[in-house]
Design a protein around this ligand. Sequence first.
Ligand SMILES: Nc1ncnc2c1ncn2[C@@H]1O[C@H](COP(=O)(O)OP(=O)(O)O)[C@@H](O)[C@H]1O
Ligand SMILES: [Mg+2]
Length: 206
Amino acid sequence: MTIPAGSAIPHDQRLALCKALRSQIRKQRRALSAEFQQQASTAAAARLLAVIDAQPKIQQVALYFSCDGELDTSPLFAALWQRGIKTCLPVLHPFNRGHLLFLHYHADSPMRQNRFGIAEPLLDIRHLVLPTQLDMIVTPLVAFDNQGNRMGMGGGFYDRTLANPHVSALAVGYAHDCQHHEQLPLAEWDIPLPLIVTPNRLINNH
Ligand SMILES: Nc1ncnc2c1ncn2[C@@H]1O[C@H](COP(=O)(O)OP(=O)(O)O)[C@@H](O)[C@H]1O
Ligand SMILES: [Mg+2]
């Protein structure tokens, strides 16, 4: 099904399109071999590190823990720690549903599984980093387009974080090339990303 350019599509139609697209891309992503994943993560890390190295003011970076065939962030964590850059991970807000907190994360941080089965740092207020203190937010995603539009897993978590006008972090989508999709079924609350990094491309819409 194609979406007429610039037109809003009805809510249920958008949900159905999102559901089908998520399932198709997640299946493709999970089918990538371990060797492909390894090479992809090294190539994408080098591309993103070139951006970070060009901006010395980047001192606190939020990343994610990869699952479900997502582009592996472990080479990035290692390289950022080597540079003395502080890394954070998202934590589901305990009572403000749909919102994320960010906690400082290092190799020895105590972790727990959240309700999506994703590992997150144990909530400890001493390790809280406000989203306004972050210099870069590297977001996972299911699909992206050349304009930097992002489709996530359907929780709207990063849309809410980035909707905060006080958040000045550079938001970067981090994904496999096969997650590109030309016509994303977008909604008015979707916030585009100024930068998308894949193993083969850097899409800059700054
Ligand atoms: N800034 C926001 N404020 C309130 N609700 C939001 C905001 N951003 C997204 N949402 C809600 O989050 C839900 C999921 O958003 P969606 O964009 O479909 O998910 P995702 O970005 O994870 O693909 C939507 O039902 C939407 O109403
Ligand atoms: Mg969205």
